[in-house]
Design a protein around this ligand. Structure first.
Ligand code: FAD
Ligand code: NAD
Length: 476
């Protein structure tokens, strides 16, 4: 149990920053007997991000995709300490992390230092806005539970405000215009969920406005979902057309105000023109940016000076320019895309590496002890020498740990109307598929990925509830 956490002075302090995909995969496979393990994160739960877009409309309830970190740590071999706090500074010279309790309730102690011998940075990334004016003040993001709750509330606020007595037709049109910026998987999945909600529920509950609702997806590049194959991009675009989601490609948002989005669009003749779109709800999903604590660490290490998108790591995920800091997931630049799949494989790799390192140290100590007895017991020399040799053989086998290698299992995205697209590598081949069956596959894939049995059960109940009774349109 956690109360019994007593740092053992004979063990190294292993500090893990974050409770996301990277950190939790590491924690799950780590043998915590070998280290004093300390987890620090402002969030005391793991969040199953693939189902976050479904929370914005209530297809899935938010608590169904959260798993308390303590339910993960409590099952570990040795106690793990958890501090709900944000790491605000990593001093890699003195090996100390400054942590701040930034929650609403603070005690007399709300800022302190945590020393480490080994550090894993798995703090993820923040939302990129590229400094575009008005975004932070006016747009919603879609990264955390609070974001999904805010979006859910705002959607219904737009609907109720649009039906307010004597609202003008222009204002109704603006309020019911839902604009999504960023045609990556986050933007696409959210637009699909949103359209489902309008088609399946709002139409039933508030029929008078249902034909006035409009969803627009804006993307700067020539097409959406750039990581998917051409065939699936086309399938997504034609499905969106059927769903009446407008896609505006080659359109880059330059400015946002309280009620409009200003974009630079490129016409078929290659000419650029400015478009102003009034909106009721704006969701911003243009990818990742480096968190301040990571940027600050990068600025302290000369070997990181050319890295822009995060901490550059070597093939063992060691942060370049250090020897006792590792980085995984969205805050690391390891040559792979910033996805949950990559983060979780990196986390599992580090667990194997750390378990091996602990074993290696134990064997090295044993060899050292045997060598000392060699001189003391010359009569047993042959026997001891044999044991040393066997231990050295074992050590070589263990030390032969291969660098991190990522195995891509495929990309999967929900696109609305009970359809999904999947680029899956299977039996050494790649195949691209879209449609209703893919959607069933999408659902079963997510269920098998959902972390605990409790989460699986909750998500299935939510899916059934929203199918049978419709989604709940009350504004909390
Ligand atoms: P995260 O999971 O973001 O975890 C970061 C952790 O660090 C959090 O616990 C956070 O609270 C904590 N933290 C933040 N700042 C600090 C600090 N200063 N100190 C300490 N802790 C801190 N990927 C897929 O592969 N498939 C999908 O279907 C998919 N769907 C997605 C849907 C959405 C809506 C989003 C937003 C992302 C999706 N992704 C998906 C991407 C995936 O979620 C990320 O790549 C993944 O979460 C990265 O894992 P991570 O551990 O690096 O970061
Ligand atoms: P992304 O980086 O994949 O896409 C962002 C998009 O926004 C880009 O296509 C970019 O061209 C566009 N953009 C940037 N600035 C713009 C502007 N000013 N105006 C218009 N468009 C602009 O971001 P994401 O979708 O949030 O995904 C982040 C990561 O998470 C990716 O690695 C993604 O693969 C992963 N993810 C995966 C899934 C899934 O597998 N189902 C779901 C969500 C996220």
């Amino acid at each position: 149990p956690e109360e019994q956490f007593e740092p053992d002075p004979s063990k190294k302090n292993l500090v893990i920053l974050g409770t996301g995909w990277g950190a939790v995969s590491l924690l799950k496979k780590l043998d915590t007997e070998n280290y004093n393990v300390i987890v620090i994160s402002p969030r005391n739960y793991f969040l199953f991000t693939p189902l976050l877009p479904s929370c914005t409309t209530g297809t899935v309830e938010h608590r169904s995709i959260m798993e308390p970190i303590r339910s993960i740590t409590r099952h570990k071999q040795a106690a793990v300490k958890f501090y709900e706090a944000e790491a605000t500074k990593i001093d890699h010279v003195n090996k100390i992390i400054t942590i701040d309790d930034n929650s609403d309730i603070k005690g007399a102690m709300s800022k302190t230092g945590v020393p480490y011998d080994m550090l894993v940075v798995s703090v993820g990334a923040e939302n990129a806005t590229f400094g575009i004016p008005g975004v932070r003040e006016n747009a919603c993001f879609l990264k955390e539970i609070g974001d999904a709750q805010q979006i859910r509330k705002k959607i219904m606020d737009c609907v109720e405000t649009a039906t307010f007595k004597d609202q003008s037709p222009e204002e109704i049109e603006r309020l019911l215009h839902m604009v999504v910026v960023g045609g990556g998987p986050t933007g696409v999945e959210f637009a699909g969920e949103l359209q489902d909600f309008f088609d399946q529920d709002v139409k039933k509950w508030v029929p008078e406005i249902s034909d006035k609702v409009k969803v627009t997806l804006i993307e700067a590049l020539p097409n959406v979902l750039p990581m998917f194959s051409k065939q699936l991009i086309d399938y997504t675009e034609s499905t969106f057309k059927e769903e009446k989601i407008t896609i505006k490609t080659k359109t880059a948002v330059k400015k946002v105000t309280e009620s409009t989005v200003e974009a630079e669009a490129t016409g078929p003749d290659g000419k650029k023109y400015t478009e102003i779109l009034p909106y009721g709800l704006l969701v911003w999903a243009t990818g990742n940016a480096v968190r301040p604590v990571v940027g600050d660490l990068m600025s302290q290490i000369p070997a990181q000076k050319d890295s822009r998108r995060g901490l550059a790591v070597n093939e063992y995920l060691v942060v370049q320019g250090t020897h006792d800091i590792w980085a995984v997931g969205d805050c690391a630049v390891s040559g792979y895309a910033p996805t949950a799949q990559v983060a979780s494989q990196e986390g599992s790799f580090l667990a194997r590496l750390f378990n091996t390192m602990a074993k290696t140290e134990a064997i090295e100590d044993h060899i050292h002890d045997l060598s000392s007895t060699l001189n003391l017991k010359p009569g047993n020399a042959a026997e001891i020498a044999k044991e040393i040799e066997e231990n050295e053989k074992q050590l070589r086998r263990i030390k032969d740990i291969k660098p991190f290698h990522y195995t891509h299992q495929g990309s999967l995205a929900y696109i609305g109307s009970d359809r999904a697209v999947a680029d899956v590598s299977w039996l050494n081949g790649n195949f691209a598929t879209g449609g209703g069956l893919t959607y069933l596959f999408w659902r079963s894939a997510y269920l098998s990925m959902c972390f605990s049995t409790r989460n699986r059960v909750l998500v299935v109940i939510d899916w059934a509830k929203s199918k049978v009774f419709g989604r709940d349109v009350s504004r909390e």
